[in-house]
Write a protein that binds this ligand. Structure first.
Ligand SMILES: [Zn+2]
Length: 162
């Protein structure tokens, strides 16, 4: 694995896993099963679009900053929904936007050394966050989340099999 690939995985994985685990807990109910994957996509979309550019081409950081903003992601979700059949577009749009909303909600609690995310870009360069945890904190909690999910799924299957 090349150095830049390793850096890419290291920077992407904690965020993607944390966002996916939060999405799992929110949309675990069977009635969401049909569109769960769209919600998952929305929860990781800001990072999978912005982070590779930031890591592979740091000189383009202004572009990656602009991508990881609510305005850009809303436009992206609205455009992505247009690729689906007209009858599905509203649902796709809704689940994508809810997933993106969850992503930014969780990012709002992160700590950054410099400026955080620019929530109101391109209207303002003001950056603020609650600052409860570092982005890397989630990797330490990963075993706990995986054990909880495995235990939860196992319990559900045991209950259903009776
Ligand atoms: Zn993010």
């Amino acid at each position: 694995m090349a150095v830049h690939e390793f850096r890419l995985c290291g920077a992407l994985m904690p965020d993607l896993i944390t966002h996916s685990i939060a999405a799992y807990w929110l949309l675990r109910l069977p009635r969401f099963a049909r569109f769960r994957v769209i919600f998952y996509l929305g929860t990781i979309l800001p990072d999978i679009l912005a982070r590779p550019i930031h890591i592979l081409w740091p000189q383009l950081s202004l572009y990656s900053v602009a991508i990881h903003t609510p305005v850009f992601m809303v436009v992206c979700a609205l455009l992505a929904a247009e690729f689906f059949a007209p009858a599905l577009r509203t649902t796709i749009r809704t689940f994508l936007l809810l997933g993106i909303g969850l992503h930014f909600f969780l990012d709002f609690f992160q700590i950054h050394l410099g400026d955080g995310y620019y929530w109101f870009f391109p209207f303002s360069w003001k950056s603020f966050e609650i600052g409860l945890f570092w982005p890397e904190t989630s990797i330490r909690l990963l075993p706990l989340w995986l054990i909880l999910i495995a235990g939860f799924e196992l319990t559900l299957r045991l209950i259903k099999s009776r």
